[in-house]
Design a protein around this ligand. Structure first.
Ligand SMILES: Nc1ncnc2c1ncn2[C@@H]1O[C@H](COP(=O)(O)OP(=O)(O)O)[C@@H](O)[C@H]1O
Ligand SMILES: [Mg+2]
Length: 434
């Protein structure tokens, strides 16, 4: 009897499937794709498989990459003139903690053996990637005697940036400009890190990141000043929202002189109130925060004729003074450059030292990555160099004292124009220093 029922049920299902074929046939590939990318698939199949793989291969993996240690031999045989020491047979791998799933992979803590350092694990990150069949493994050491391994099973930055869900708007002076490699929002926080340097080869995504930043900050009561010596091609899109735009060195000097004058005014306000930063002032008395965005800074520094050279030196001095004084006074710098080294002039390295936030897109030479990240995070240099040509907008950035890969949100010129028109009432031209 039950068999008959089963045959009946299957027949009914097949019959219904046949009847509705026209409905589901065209949608099937879409559903299958949805299932493949759904987090449920990772939690139900991918993650348990990964746990089994890691647990079963951990001992062998550690042995192969030299992370196991030999316990001292317990048995020593001594006869009258000879001493025989037993060789340890089982090397002991570092203790593996609980493997916790995350939306994009898993995290696991490893307890170091005495004498081991995180650098030994860092050097073997590639071996972990291949042994665990994951997209990437990031190794950080937040606690003494432990390393945390953060694995991602697929690259979240490979998705189309335009399709990402919008992240909730953060507080004043922080901007969500894209997505981090662990799927979280990429937040540039100007209160935590006042000045930023963005580097990368041409067509790597610098201007797009700047556009994403201006779009995000544009919605806040912040004055944005632009310096774009490529004829204002990039920042000109935001002309309606910008409180000032300089497209030549002479205009940049005028703009930066205004900024320096305004810094003096801000200092007076702070001194009169006995505070050390504008953020300690009462909200009603607080001057408007200012972000100065410079696209392609080399255009500002490199001049052929003597008059231009003089202007370049002045620009460099003004920018340096702005960086030195601005942080506490609510004046911030964002500088985009293909390279930013001593070859640009004497002021460049001094200014670079002031730019604590670093973002490095695809580079074509090692020195640029070194210059951007090397002084703070030597191990991030290799990761920045590995960014491929097709990975436009992908960068290595510093976040909360660590580095991570990230990708900016794509802002098209049309979106930029629309956005700047919609937010133009935020900060009318010229009223930022009143
Ligand atoms: N986050 C991103 N996602 C997708 N495409 C991007 C992204 N960032 C940049 N691109 C593409 O790369 C191209 C070059 O970017 P751009 O910002 O002009 O580079 P750069 O200023 O470094 O020369 C853009 O036209 C854009 O199509
Ligand atoms: Mg550009």
């Amino acid at each position: 009897m039950p068999w008959e029922l089963l045959v009946w049920c299957v027949s009914v299902v097949l019959f219904l499937a046949l009847l509705t074929q026209r409905y589901w046939e065209s949608r099937l590939p879409f559903w299958l794709r949805g299932m493949r990318d759904s987090p449920l698939r990772w939690y139900l199949i991918g993650y348990p498989l990964a746990v089994c793989r890691i647990r079963f291969t951990w001992r062998r993996l550690c042995q192969n990459v030299d992370l196991s240690v030999m316990r001292r031999s317990r048995y020593t045989a001594v006869s009258r003139d000879t001493m025989v020491r037993g060789t340890p047979i089982r090397p002991i791998p570092p203790r593996l903690g609980l493997i916790r799933p995350t939306l994009l992979g898993f995290t696991v803590r490893v307890h170091l053996h005495p004498g081991q350092t995180p650098a030994q694990f860092l050097g073997n990150a590639d071996a972990f990637v291949h042994a665990w069949r994951v997209h990437a493994v990031r190794i950080i050491s937040t606690k003494r005697g432990e390393v945390s391994m953060i694995a991602t099973h697929r690259d979240p930055l490979a998705d189309s940036a335009a399709a990402w869900n919008a992240f909730p708007a953060p507080r004043l002076m922080t901007a969500v400009v894209g997505r981090l490699a662990d799927g979280a929002a990429w937040v540039m926080d100007f209160l935590a890190v006042p000045h930023w340097l963005i580097t990368g080869a041409t067509q790597s995504g610098k201007s797009t990141l700047v556009a994403s930043l201006v779009t995000a900050l544009g919605a806040q009561p912040v004055a944005i000043l632009g310096i774009d010596l490529k004829g204002g091609m990039e920042l000109g899109l935001f002309e309606k929202r910008l409180s000032g735009l300089a497209t030549s060195r002479a205009e940049a000097i005028i703009l930066l002189r205004q900024v320096i004058d305004d810094l003096g005014r801000r200092m007076d306000i702070c001194r009169a109130d006995g505070v050390r930063s504008i953020w300690e002032l009462d909200e009603n008395d607080r001057p408007v925060p200012v972000i100065i965005v410079v696209d392609e800074v080399a255009e500002l520094y490199l001049a052929a004729d003597p008059a231009g050279k003089k202007e370049a030196v002045e620009c460099s001095t003004l920018l340096l003074r702005t960086a030195q004084l601005g942080a506490a006074l609510g004046v911030h710098l964002v500088i985009a450059a293909q390279r930013f080294g001593s070859d640009l002039g004497p002021g460049a390295t001094a200014l670079r030292a002031q730019l604590g936030g670093r973002i490095c897109h695809r580079v074509t030479d090692e020195t640029t990555a070194e210059m951007t990240l090397g002084d703070l995070f030597p191990d991030a240099v290799i990761v920045a160099q590995a960014i491929g040509e097709h990975e436009k907008g992908v960068a290595v950035t510093t976040v909360g004292g660590q580095w991570t890969r990230a990708r900016s949100t794509l802002v098209t010129p049309d979106q930029a124009r629309q956005h700047s028109a919609a937010t133009s009432d935020r900060m009318a031209l010229g009223d930022w220093n009143e």
